[in-house]
Design a protein around this ligand. Structure first.
Ligand code: HGY
Ligand code: MN
Ligand code: MN
Length: 413
């Protein structure tokens, strides 16, 4: 075992997860730590304190990504980078995202504890708003960093209470102040993100490490169906413009459009808002989201191009508008990084398997800029985006060992 890997401290890493899980902790054991919330600011303060205690450089960029940098002997060399996200779903788990940030931080500490100096700096990034549950789209921090989304446009996005991201970011930075840098430094030597699998394959295969080969592509849309509010008791059905009735017909039509006998297409309606939401008023407006995923870009393009026509054909007497929120192509990770992760897992004697990621991750926006890859560790029954999400201290530490061994090798290239 490499010196750094042997200095990964399972108890310290687990305790950091326990400390973080208190920030936004929920009654069933999960967390609600949405982007730029008070809980997110508290998480930024907590890891900032740990970083400062270790003498790491802490700084933020214009979209709220947080960077923790361990100096290299050639400190101007392009850094080797790791990280993930600290924000969660509204009823999220204790490991989604935060594991990648804490495993990255543990890697820095293990390098310190082993007295290892690397040529390149090693840097952890906590990407802002990966989940996209409060401010859409998700993976926003990494998307703006990469140029895939425009900074100004994202700063103007509002949440469902009408809070504009620019203001929420200013509030967060006031509560968790950090040195700010202008612009986005995309000069990464390599990037490896550690994450729980969020699926059942590692557990079913009795594997400790997932050597991630890529990430499937995804598209997300919002649809607004406009009808006419009316009295539930006096308005005959034949004259109604019932937005709910039309929205249900559209969802059914989209289900047919997305149907895939091989069950590879992942189609989800996750948010469905019926307004005004009064029991005795015919709904005049329905807003809902659709999210679909597939590993083949051509399938995504075909399905996406048909959405508006399917919606308009099913809308009945109402009207419908369709807005594409995000479109992320499938990611294929650099074979050199995939091989390195597998080699380090084997060297550590950890059972591992190559696998694609069904979930989206910030790595999809980093991969076009530098050789990138991911390391998965199991989560119980593959449950995620659920308060019951669970992982074991030993699996989390095993992933961190593979991570630090991989980062050290890359940082001395
Ligand atoms: O939606 C996703 O795939 C990510 O887990 N937020
Ligand atoms: Mn995640
Ligand atoms: Mn997630």
């Amino acid at each position: 075992m490499s010196d750094a890997a042997s200095r990964i401290d399972e108890t310290r890493l687990w305790q950091r997860h326990v400390d973080m899980a208190k920030l936004g902790g929920l009654s069933k054991g999960g967390v609600n730590r949405q982007a730029l919330s008070a809980e997110d600011a508290a998480a930024r303060r907590l890891i900032g304190g740990w970083a400062q205690a270790r003498g790491y450089d802490l700084f933020g960029d214009p979209i709220g990504n947080l960077y923790i940098r361990r100096a290299g002997t050639e400190n101007d060399a392009a850094p080797v980078v790791t990280g993930s996200h600290m924000d969660s779903q509204p009823t999220g788990g204790k490991y989604d995202g935060i594991y990648g940030v804490l495993a990255g931080f543990e890697a820095l500490e293990a390098l310190d504890d082993a007295g290892i100096r690397t040529r390149r700096p090693v840097q952890v990034v906590a990407w802002m708003n990966e989940e996209g549950s409060r401010f859409q789209p998700g993976a926003m921090g990494s998307s703006v960093w990469s140029g895939h989304d425009d900074l100004g446009k994202m700063l103007a996005v509002a949440d469902r209470e009408g809070v504009v991201l620019r203001d929420a970011l200013a509030k967060t930075l006031a509560e968790a102040p950090v040195r700010q840098v202008d612009g986005f430094d995309r000069n990464f030597h390599a990037y490896i993100e550690a994450h729980i699998e969020q699926g059942p394959r590692l557990e079913a295969g009795a594997k400790t490490i997932g050597v991630v080969t890529g990430i499937q592509g995804s598209q997300r849309y919002t649809l607004d169906i406009i009808g006419e509010e009316a009295h539930a008791g006096t308005t005959p059905l034949r004259v109604r413009k019932d937005a709910l009735k039309s929205a249900v017909a559209i969802v059914a039509a989209l289900e047919r459009h997305m149907h895939d006998p091989a069950d590879v297409v992942r189609f989800t309606v996750g948010r469905f808002e019926c307004r005004p939401g009064s029991p005795n008023t015919v709904p005049g407006h329905v807003h809902f989201t659709i999210d679909f995923r597939h590993p083949d870009a051509a399938v995504l393009a075909r399905l996406g191009s048909g959405i508006e026509a399917v919606a308009k054909a099913a809308v009945g007497p109402c009207s419908v508008t369709v807005e594409r929120i995000t479109d992320v192509a499938p990611t294929v990770f650099d074979p050199r990084i995939v091989d390195l992760v597998r080699e380090k897992a084997n060297a550590l004697g950890l059972p591992n398997m190559d696998m694609p990621s069904g979930a989206g991750h910030d790595a999809m926006h980093v991969a076009p800029f530098c050789p990138s890859g991911m390391i998965f560790v199991p989560c119980e029954r593959g449950i995620s985006h659920n308060e019951a999400e669970a992982a074991t201290p030993s699996d989390l530490a095993a992933g961190a060992r593979v991570l630090v061994a991989s980062l050290e090798a890359l940082a001395n290239e």
